[in-house]
Design a protein around this ligand. Structure first.
Ligand code: FAD
Length: 484
């Protein structure tokens, strides 16, 4: 038996379902990664994700070499390249891990059909999540659409199987498991050859690959017990920063869940680890929602919310641009957008604040913000991003109620009390006092002069008035009042 393992969102050699099954079922195993033109062609010329991917693939290849193999790398249309490569290598089967995005499901179905015509099997495995679409259901056997009961059922299921079967690892044993020597040389295309130019990615010093994921995890496990207390404060190193590694599979979700459960068992106060484990459950939840309701990619989970009239036209476009550029005049919002634009990451609290601001202060369609995040976030994930945006727009399953409108000033005072985060990303406000920095337009000219701030000069005046915007939003959402 000869097999081809196609790496996609699982760029690691340990605890890898498809690789494990290929190695245990086949005599000769080859490995491939495709820079899929169907995905790459739509990306901007500078894209930090491609650089993360590129660097992580270099490490993946080096690890595959240690197992006696190599990574075949192609820059092509995956839908035709995989069947062609499978024929060229005369394999009996292609092994993959499930991908849950609608476009990927359609692509995999197409590939499966093409392989079948050549008598080649496609074996696919769960690897990216702990529980897939129908593995956690209500007592009535229905999929959940509210998070808390889903989480409770998810946790119960995890504990129910005391053998830890749901978080079992797939051990790759370098002695027993050998990859086949590839007849195709490993050639890694350069960034330029892939059609991309370098961004500031190198300056960001984001740990890449499996080793980077492990280093971040080790660091986070020292802080996990404090997660609940620190996670909401963007100036503090509270979260794990593992999202990009979960996105590209340079960490294993089973390994993370095991470590979180271990921390729950060992800690005298388990609330930190419990809260973090619940975040991993949110991740599964949104994957499950996407699988059951693929229409959320284009429209509201609650269809009535598609009747909402958003602001359009040149004035709305200008507001949208001010939001993208971090020039709204609301310091916390602007600092958050600067973090996104400069680093490709944004703190979770700020994702909620900026999303709510775009939708409920500027009256702009959540899909425009969702698309902007999708372009800029290194950890962009269709299911979590869509879930987060639909939460903020109140159109999602288990979303915040439509009348809940974050006050960007109160959020700033509460979560960046001393303005440390704002000062980091909006340095022109750095001289303002801790109480002044959240709403500079309320200050006197003398106070502003003293801190070297000129509203409308080196820092914008607020583009909207929150109180006025709030009233407009309540009117805008009146169309859904009856159905909420
Ligand atoms: P930690 O706090 O350490 O959490 C650990 C992991 O749990 C994360 O890496 C992530 O995989 C998962 N997680 C945490 N919160 C959520 C959540 N609300 N939904 C789903 N999974 C979650 N997350 C993404 O991975 N990609 C996105 O594109 C994305 N877009 C978002 C857009 C909006 C508007 C909002 C409100 C949230 C979004 N999130 C997204 C969720 C969350 O903000 C990030 O996962 C988190 O900030 C990543 O940082 P971390 O790894 O340090 O998180």
């Amino acid at each position: 038996e000869r097999a081809l393992v196609w790496f996609r969102r699982d760029l690691r050699v340990f605890d890898h379902a498809a690789l494990y099954h290929a190695l245990t079922q086949s005599r000769a195993v080859f490995c491939v990664f495709i820079f899929d033109t169907a995905i790459l062609d739509a990306l901007p010329e500078q894209d930090r994700r491609i650089e993360f991917l590129h660097a992580s693939l270099i490490e993946l290849h080096a690890e595959l070499v240690k197992l006696g193999g190599a990574l075949i790398v192609r820059h092509a249309l995956a839908a035709s390249e995989i069947p062609a490569l499978a024929r060229e290598l005369t394999v009996d089967a292609v092994f993959i891990n499930h991908d849950y995005e609608p476009a990927a499901i359609a692509r995999d179905a197409q590939i499966s059909g093409a392989l079948q015509q050549d008598g080649i099997a496609l074996h696919d495995y769960k690897d990216q999540v702990i529980f897939e679409r129908d593995e956690v259901l209500s007592l009535a056997g229905k999929p959940f659409s509210v998070f808390t009961p889903y989480k409770n059922a998810w946790l119960k299921q995890l504990q129910f199987d005391s053998t830890d079967i749901n978080v079992r690892s797939y051990p790759i044993d370098p002695v027993a498991h050998h990859l086949a020597v590839s007849p195709i040389a490993h050639v890694m295309p350069s960034l330029g050859e892939l059609g991309f130019a370098p961004s500031n990615f190198a300056e960001l010093k984001i740990p890449v690959g499996m080793s980077g994921g492990q280093a971040l995890l080790d660091n986070f496990l020292e802080r996990i017990n404090k997660y609940k207390l620190t996670r909401d404060f963007p100036a503090v190193k509270g979260p794990s920063y593992l999202s990009v590694h979960l996105r590209f599979g340079t960490v294993s979700i089973r390994h993370l869940a095991r470590r979180a459960c271990e921390a729950v068992r060992l800690a005298s106060d388990a609330s930190g680890a419990q809260t973090w484990l619940a975040e991993l459950v949110w991740r599964d939840f949104y994957f499950m929602i996407l699988q059951h309701h693929p229409r959320v990619v284009h429209g509201a989970f609650k269809p009535d919310y598609d009747a909402i009239q958003w602001e359009t036209g040149p004035a709305a476009d200008a507001l949208f641009q001010a939001w993208c550029d971090g020039k709204t005049g609301y310091p916390l919002v602007d600092a958050a957008m600067a973090q996104l634009n400069q680093s490709g990451y944004m703190h979770n609290r700020l994702r909620m604040v900026t999303a709510c601001f775009l939708i409920k202060d500027l009256g702009i369609d959540w899909r425009r913000g969702e698309a902007y995040f999708a372009e800029k976030l290194i950890d962009f994930d269709l299911s979590a991003n869509n879930g987060g945006w639909q939460w903020a727009s109140s159109s999602g399953c288990d979303a915040q109620p439509y009348f809940r409108i974050f006050n960007p000033i109160t959020q700033s005072e509460k979560f960046d009390t001393e303005g440390r985060f704002i000062r980091r990303y909006v340095p022109q406000l750095a001289q303002l006092g801790n109480k002044q920095i959240h709403a500079p337009w309320l200050l006197t000219k003398m106070e502003l002069d003293h801190a070297g701030v000129t509203l409308g000069g080196n820092y914008p005046a607020p583009v909207v008035q929150h109180d006025v915007a709030r009233k407009q939003t309540l009117m805008r959402y009146a169309v859904v009042k009856k159905v909420t």
